[in-house]
Ligand binder design. Structure first.
Ligand code: NDP
Length: 489
């Protein structure tokens, strides 16, 4: 069956191109899928435009839209095993992690379904004039281009698709060319749940080929993108001539601050998880460890000892705790950042190379790496390497910790570890980041907004603001007793 989904029909790419999808854990062929290009994207935009302008979805009562999304959550739970397996084969991530993701994905659909069904944020406005009936209502933005990355393929997709549909939009989804399978599966479930034809469209293909037209087409009203900073800047500029609404989630270089009084064993454990989860391919990763001077040596020694013991392996290796990087090109990028860090004076404490184990030789593995004695100017500290690479810096005072933490053009997340709740709260309020964890790292819930300050992005996903991104507020003013005004007399 062809894999592009346009106007409610499964279709092959106009130019007949296909792409082999290979598992990053061992290079085995997962499947061959259709590879769309500009003509397919144009057809998908036309279908989404038509469905928005003439189809039933935007005018469907919000409560019914909500019910459909809750049905999608039920279907995702029904098909959880197949989705988790598909996600792991495309990304190489451990099956158990894909299973966690699937729970979060179903929750995301359930949350936005409930939010839509609850009636939303429309409100009456008191104008002070009893003859005026004034209301602010929320309407869908229109046709949305949703462009998603390879690290959490279906999760990032759900964070966009669920609120976009809850608000009554129609969309064209373009997942990463490397990880298309769960997006294909989601289209099937949306159709099964009863979404009208054309409300959801899927184009597969590369960023420049299939993605770029979705950011410039004047029939598109909004672009929501998650991915790298360079691509985000590019997309923002591409969307500017037609003044599209923009939502961007562009990652981070997130500080994890450990004060000397932190609970030692837990803080070490979480510092490892913060950075090495999914081989560091996480936008919220705690990739910059800031440790108070007097704790530094003991903390880093213990962390390095435990990092050396992390077992690497493929999705179905139950002993493995971390998997491969997504591609050969991505591993080379990570290697280049580590080499630059060492050139600039960082001290390699562990990792810094590919594993020796011949069983891992066909995958894109890279050992968990700790670089000590780092300084803020190093490129490995500044830029998102998006790999299993932890940089360590020291601080003496609270002010120095905050200054180092905020010395980044990103602002997505941050963590602070201390048993002093006053200190924790002060630091949390001074960090310029969209999410701050105190004595924790990585958790999120669909009810709470997610997004970045500074160059980590524009707008918010999840929470009520995540729905508002996909809405336009409209003020309707009704004069119930109009009389001539005689303004010009
Ligand atoms: P990109 O930002 O290039 O890709 C993200 C998505 O955008 C993909 O679907 C991609 O398509 C698409 N895309 C690329 N170029 C364009 C374009 N001109 N117009 C429209 N869509 C486009 O991520 P990469 O995979 O190249 O990763 C680069 C870096 O981005 C990583 O090393 C990491 O630092 C960061 N990153 C951040 C993520 C986050 O969660 N914030 C997630 C993933 C990466 P395709 O890939 O199919 O060509």
């Amino acid at each position: 069956m062809p894999e592009l989904f346009i106007g409610g029909r499964w279709t092959a790419a106009v130019d007949g191109h296909v792409r082999e999808i290979r598992c990053p854990a061992d290079g085995t062929l997962v499947a061959t899928v259709d590879e769309g290009g500009p003509k397919d994207s144009a057809a998908a935009v036309a279908a989404a435009r038509d469905a928005f302008d003439r189809g039933p979805w935007p005018g469907t009562p919000a409560a019914d839209r909500g019910r459909l999304l809750i049905r999608v959550a039920d279907l995702l739970e029904r098909d959880k095993d197949a989705f988790a397996r598909a996600e792991s084969l495309d990304t190489g991530k451990r099956l158990v992690e894909s299973e966690y993701d699937l729970d979060d994905i179903a929750n995301c659909f359930r949350y936005f379904g409930s939010l839509a069904a609850s009636g939303g944020t429309d409100r009456a406005v008191d104008t002070g004039d009893p003859a005026v009936d004034s209301r602010v209502v929320h309407e869908p933005v229109g046709v949305c281009s949703l462009i998603t990355p390879w690290n959490y393929p279906l999760l990032q997709t759900a964070w966009k698709v669920a609120p976009a549909l809850a608000a009554g939009n129609t969309f064209v989804l373009k997942p990463s060319e490397l990880t298309p399978h769960t997006a294909i599966g989601l289209m099937r479930l949306l159709a099964e749940a009863g979404l009208p034809d054309g409300a959801a469209n899927l184009v597969l293909g590369t960023g420049p080929g299939a993605g770029a037209p979705l950011t410039t087409d004047e029939r598109v009203d909004m672009v929501s993108f998650t991915g790298g900073l360079a691509t985000g800047r590019h997309i923002m500029a591409a969307a500017a001539p037609t003044v599209k609404k923009i939502a961007l989630e562009l990652g981070g270089k997130n500080p994890n601050i450990v004060f000397a009084d932190a609970e030692f064993d837990t803080a070490v454990d979480y510092a490892l998880m913060a950075v090495f989860l999914h081989a560091g391919q996480v936008c919220s990763a705690g990739a910059r460890l800031l440790v108070q001077e007097k704790l530094h040596d003991a903390f880093v020694d213990e962390l390095v000892a435990r990092a050396r013991r992390i077992r690497l392996g493929g999705p179905f290796d139950e002993q493995a705790r971390s998997g491969p990087l997504i591609s050969a090109a991505h591993r080379e990028k990570v290697e280049a950042y580590v080499a630059a860090g060492l050139d600039e004076g960082a001290v390699l404490r562990c990792g810094g190379r590919r594993p020796d184990d011949p069983a891992l030789g066909d995958g894109f593995y890279y050992l968990p790496t700790v670089l000590d004695d780092c300084t803020p100017g190093m490129s490995v500290v500044r830029d998102e390497s998006f790999g299993p690479v932890l940089t360590v810096e020291r601080f003496r005072s609270e002010d120095e910790a905050v200054a180092l933490a905020n010395d980044t053009f990103y602002g997505l997340t941050g963590g602070v570890w201390t048993q002093d709740s006053g200190l924790a709260q002060r630091v949390a309020s001074r960090l310029r980041a969209g999410t701050v964890w105190i004595n924790d790292f990585h958790p999120y819930v669909p009810q709470a907004e997610w997004g970045g300050m500074k160059q980590s992005g524009v707008g918010r996903e999840l929470g009520p603001a995540g729905l508002a991104e996909y809405q336009e507020a409209k003020h309707i003013w009704r004069n119930t007793a109009p009389r001539p005004q005689r303004w010009f007399e």
